[in-house]
Design a protein around this ligand. Structure first.
Ligand code: C5P
Length: 395
């Protein structure tokens, strides 16, 4: 993925700096040469030795030593991208104001490479007007930002400020390095895929049949056109698509929460086979089969409709695409469904044959302009053609 790419990883002071080691490992595994720069704060949390071991490169942490070894200008010019993870409130402030008082800030001021920052700090620091203004300034200069996430912090407190997970930062680096000419560069797409599992008890569940092949292929196809993709997937055995942020979920309610957390987005493609119902009362213990006793009756509850919710969301993506798997009157059902769910397009397929789990698909694309019948083709080709159509629509 990153073959031949040079990435400069700047690590500043945060308890989350340990995640930078995993990020460095992932970047290297993806083919990049990783050069690490530690700030004085960063060096309090990860060691030069650990970083040198993982990157296989000399680690830089001192402006004057680096001057003798490589020179800060060369260090700034060498990379194809600079990733600051974790980016502390202090380093973001120094970047915003153009300070150059240590190696990291000097290199960040001297570089011409695209820069991605992954902030990590206490929620109060993140919400402070100074940090807000610094972030806005950096964004206006074209600095890309990933995260922070919301959740539990090292201190017994929670809120925005958690460093994004290494896989998520990796996906943002992929988007950062995507050639600017790609049609979906700068766009964010949320894709659902796979089934949902709705638990009956700790060992049993109900689910829809879905391999996740089509949804995963769409996520990959959108990423290949330069989009930043968040793939929210139920349990599947598909390989993870390259360059995509994967959020694994089990239930419909988790899938909805993950989709809403991923907004704002420009594009939503809801290809998951979401269970319409869940078991109303999930048993805490395995239901026991009693000799002679009648089979249990399951009371069901309605699941949220993720597609309809996203279609009517305050942060509705510009283009919302749903799927319709039908066994009869395929197009008519799809036309009705488009209106009912409030989405822009429906990709309808006849699942009466061998589509489920198979490699090929024959679909109809239902839009406000009418119905297109696409010939039967491999699911990867359906994905590529749909991604292309999406790019044209947003152009
Ligand atoms: O209503 P039906 O399940 O046939 O609609 C299919 C479309 O709606 C698909 O895009 C599917 O991902 C989406 N859907 C959803 N949430 C549900 C049910 C379906 O997002 N609870």
């Amino acid at each position: 993925m990153f073959n031949g790419k040079q990435i400069l990883l700047v690590i500043s002071g945060s308890i989350a700096a340990y995640k930078a080691l995993e990020l460095a490992r992932l970047l290297r595994k993806a083919g990049a040469t990783v050069h690490a720069v530690l700030t004085a704060g960063g060096a309090r949390f990860v060691t030069r030795e650990a970083l040198a071991g993982i990157t296989g490169q000399r680690v830089h942490d001192d402006l004057w030593a680096a001057e003798a070894e490589i020179g800060h200008i060369r260090l700034a010019r060498l990379p194809d991208a600079v990733v600051v993870a974790p980016a502390s409130a202090d380093l973001l402030a120094r970047m915003a104001h153009g300070l150059a008082d240590d190696l990291a800030s000097t290199v960040l001021l001297a570089t011409r490479a695209p820069v991605l920052v992954a902030p990590a700090m206490n929620p109060a620091m993140w919400n402070h007007p100074a940090t807000r203004a610094n972030l806005a300034m950096l964004r206006s200069r074209g600095v890309a930002v990933v995260g922070p996430g919301v959740g539990a912090m090292a201190e017994p407190e929670s809120g925005p400020g958690r460093l994004s997970e290494p896989e998520e930062i990796l996906a943002a680096v992929v988007a950062l390095l995507a050639p600017a000419g790609l049609p979906l560069a700068g766009r964010h797409a949320v894709v659902t895929s796979g089934p949902t599992h709705e638990p009956i008890d700790p060992v049993r569940y109900i689910a829809n049949r879905s391999s996740g092949k089509q949804g995963h292929a769409i996520a990959g196809a959108l990423a290949a056109l330069g989009a930043r993709v968040t793939l929210v997937s139920g349990p599947v055995v598909q390989p993870d698509p390259v360059g995509v942020t994967l959020v694994r979920v089990e239930t419909a309610r988790q899938m909805l929460a993950a989709c809403e957390a991923a907004l704002p987005a420009d594009i939503a493609v809801m290809a998951a086979a979401v269970a319409d119902w869940r078991v109303a009362h999930e048993a805490g213990q395995k239901l026991k089969k009693q000799p002679g006793a009648a089979a249990p009756t399951l009371e069901m509850a309605l699941n949220p409709d993720i597609l309809a919710t996203v279609s009517r969301h305050a942060q509705r993506p510009r283009l919302v695409v749903g799927f319709a798997a039908e066994t009869e009157a395929v197009v008519q059902h799809a036309v009705d469904k488009r209106a009912r769910k409030g989405c822009d397009w429906i990709v309808a397929n006849d699942v009466s044959g061998d589509v489920m789990g198979g490699d090929a698909n024959a679909v109809h694309l239902v839009t406000s302009r009418g119905v297109e019948d696409w010939p039967r083709m491999p699911k990867a080709d359906v994905a590529a053609r749909l991604a292309q159509r999406i790019a044209e629509e947003l152009a």
